[in-house]
Design a protein around this ligand. Structure first.
Ligand code: PGA
Length: 248
């Protein structure tokens, strides 16, 4: 059985007071779930939220990490520092970081390696722009992102990788991929993993959908064979919405 996962990506939202309130509301509403529930919160919130979620099933994720463990890198935070704070996951390859921080294949590969070396699990994002979809290169583009970021790993390391397919045109736009579009791409990704790592690894790798996933469409998306949960941006900032997505 593949792990079903719902991860909330708060991005650069919520100050610490608001973050505590949101986290408490989620804890109050959260029932035992067969899904792994993850909160990817701003770096500044980890100490406080790690204390709040103690004893619960919630896990914390960083939204990025540096590709070195320590040194003269002003303003950066390393994977080992996150682990030290009780963080379990890191999101890497999010389209916002690929775009605004120019994170390319080589850098992402280093980040994946350093995260795994510290036992931080990786939520590795991929996804095409609307132009890429319109010109029909979306399958090749996603294959390339997966190949460049993950195919240097061995099968054992893949146990600590979760993939998130997030079409860039659906992120924060209100426009969601149809369940058929999501299934088609997720199946494409799983086949690529079969080719590189074999069927056993592919069958146990969780592939999440992200991009304007909300209570009204989560159930339909999550019911697809190869969709194993979601990476949720906007809708994770509201406890009721996030909980109803977890229940979907
Ligand atoms: P969204 O963001 O749900 O607001 O579209 C998803 C993401 O960027 O992870």
């Amino acid at each position: 059985m593949r792990k079903q996962i719902v991860a909330g990506n708060w991005k650069m939202n919520k100050n610490i007071q608001q973050g505590k309130e949101l986290c408490n509301s989620i804890l109050n509403l959260l029932e035992t779930s067969n899904k792994e529930v993850i909160l990817a919160v701003p770096f500044t919130h980890f100490t406080v939220l790690a204390e709040l979620i103690k004893g619960s099933d919630l896990k914390l994720a960083a939204q990025s990490c540096h590709h070195e463990l320590s040194g003269a890198f002003t303003g950066e935070i390393s994977a080992s520092m996150f682990v030290n704070l009780g963080v379990d996951y890191v999101i890497l390859g999010h389209s916002e970081r690929r775009t605004y921080n120019n994170e390319g294949h080589d850098l992402l590969r280093k980040k994946v390696d350093i995260a795994l070396s510290q036992s931080l699990k990786v939520i590795y994002c991929c996804g095409e722009s609307i132009e890429e979809r319109k010109t029909g290169v979306h399958f090749d583009l996603v294959s390339e992102q997966i190949m460049e970021g993950l195919f240097h790993l061995d099968s054992e390391s893949m146990k600590n990788i979760v993939i998130a397919y997030e079409p860039v045109w659906a992120i924060g736009t209100g426009e969601t991929a149809t369940s058929a579009q999501a299934q088609e791409m997720h199946s494409h990704i799983r086949k690529a993993i079969v080719n590189q790592f074999g069927a056993k690894v592919a069958q146990s790798t969780s592939i999440l959908y992200g991009g304007s996933c909300k209570p009204s469409n989560a159930q339909e998306l999550f019911s697809q064979t190869d969709v194993d949960g979601g990476l949720i941006g906007g809708a994770s900032l509201n406890a009721e919405d996030f909980i109803s997505i977890i229940k979907a």
